[in-house]
Design a protein around this ligand. Structure first.
Ligand code: FES
Length: 163
């Protein structure tokens, strides 16, 4: 999509807020992200001048909450829980294994655009700790030895579908 069309779409979203307040920031960012998949610097600048909050503050806000993506997330979103129950059962080892195998850090997407990794505070199924999700699928009692197989299965599926 070219820049003008993108800009028009953002203007259309912003036009729903006649008298924008600070409290609208989250809704505005989510609406724009739903359209574009992530919030880049141009979007943040535009929202900044619209709502009169500095770009730095908006960037800090969007970085803090895991629901916002500052770079386009990979096709598969891997969420590893690092809440207390999962932490005690070794979620750090899972995160380390994923980071090493896919060569990304939490908050990043893989170079091939396939995976995005994030950590979360609780996935709500603590009895199954340690837990991770890939999109809507939950993986319970995960250990680092399972990571290669899980990732390879997805890569395999992608190769088959891509043929
Ligand atoms: S602490 Fe991990 S699911 Fe609740």
């Amino acid at each position: 999509m070219d820049k003008i069309r993108s800009s028009n779409k953002i203007d259309l979203i912003l036009s729903h807020y006649k008298n924008p307040q600070r409290s609208d920031l989250s809704k505005i960012l989510l609406a724009i992200q739903a359209e574009f998949g992530s919030l880049d610097q141009d979007i943040i600048k535009k929202v900044s001048s619209f709502i009169n909050i500095s770009s730095t503050e908006i960037y800090g806000y969007a970085s803090f909450y895991s629901m916002f993506y500052l770079t386009k997330p990979g096709k598969y979103k891997i969420r590893v829980c690092k809440g207390t129950a999962c932490h005690v059962k070794g979620s750090k080892n899972i995160i380390d294994a994923i980071e090493k195998y896919i060569d990304i850090k939490a908050g990043e997407s893989s170079k091939d655009g396939l995976f995005y990794l994030e950590t979360v505070s609780c996935l709500g199924v603590c009895a199954l700790a340690p837990v991770m999700m890939i999109d809507d699928k939950t993986y319970s009692r995960v250990n680092s030895m399972m990571i290669k197989t899980i990732i390879d299965d997805i890569r395999e599926t992608e190769n088959i579908n891509g043929r």
